[in-house]
Design a protein around this ligand. Sequence first.
Ligand code: DP6
Length: 329
Amino acid sequence: MTETSLHARARACANIALAKYWGKADLKHNVPAVPSISLTLDQLVTETEVLFDPSLDEDLVRLDGRRANEQETRRVVEMLDRVRREAKLGLRARVSSRNHFPTAAGLASSASGFAALAGAACGAAGLKPSPKALSAMARASSASAARSIFGGFVELPAGKKGDRDLSARQIATESHWNLRLVVALTEPGPKDVGSTEGMERSRKTSPYYDAWIEQAPRWARAVKRGIRDRDLDALGVAMEQSTLAFHCSAITAQPPIFYWAPATLAALQTVRGLRAQGVSVWATMDAGPHVKALCERDDAARVRQALERTEGVRRTWVAKPGPGIEVYS
Ligand code: DP6
């Protein structure tokens, strides 16, 4: 092991998939079955601190000031074990993680959370992985976290069974295109089904899952071209197809998984209404009821106002392209 203080902090931003990841080629190694493309977002930040402490008998995990539950702790310990193996380190750790998300964000923080944890744990263990290696490490815990290692526009390719090194890469920096993502928080929908379980249930039981897997690369390619050409209309069409198609595979699973609430549809209608008025604005949803609308910077105020007036939308805020992970040792 190299000389190290056994302590480090990391700061990672959340990301939103413009072309969605849904489905695994390898459950054990958490390898995605489809390519995904994301935009890293400023403002939605997780900060994580890791200290390997010789006095501990077990890992202690705190999330947003409370003790992590058993399931949360298990996923954190899995990541720590990966880092300990790599660093040949036997010590247990104190982990403390905070989400600096706008109040009551109700948005998944696993992408920024596992990215920040990978960075802080490696830093504390004296490892200095390349961004690519750090991305692969984050991906093993949560595939969307692989994308949060990088800023701006990021691609995570599809992998195959046993692809342990699969990682994301940046395709354009945050200054490439000054887009805005207007997040519309809706009232809560039905009880959440976690992404991993949702994907597996879709794979095992939905007749539309295979169609999703077959078509997803096409939408990812179109999203990528849209980013390259800064063509929001082209990007938007593919982005909406990608989100609707993955939701179809979830809705047609058995038992069905509906992530949407009535306000989700109302917000989608608002977005379509704005388009009918000539605004280039496009919607995407993840494993939850909230709607995220992508638009040009100059349209963000108008989009925000329209979504705020939509029945069932509780609050909105506007995010910009954000930076990649920072690790402080
Ligand atoms: C719908 O990365 O949370 O947000 O790898 O099982 O942890 P695991 O899944 P996760 O899935 C994200 C799914 C999604 C789409 C996306 O972000 O690409």
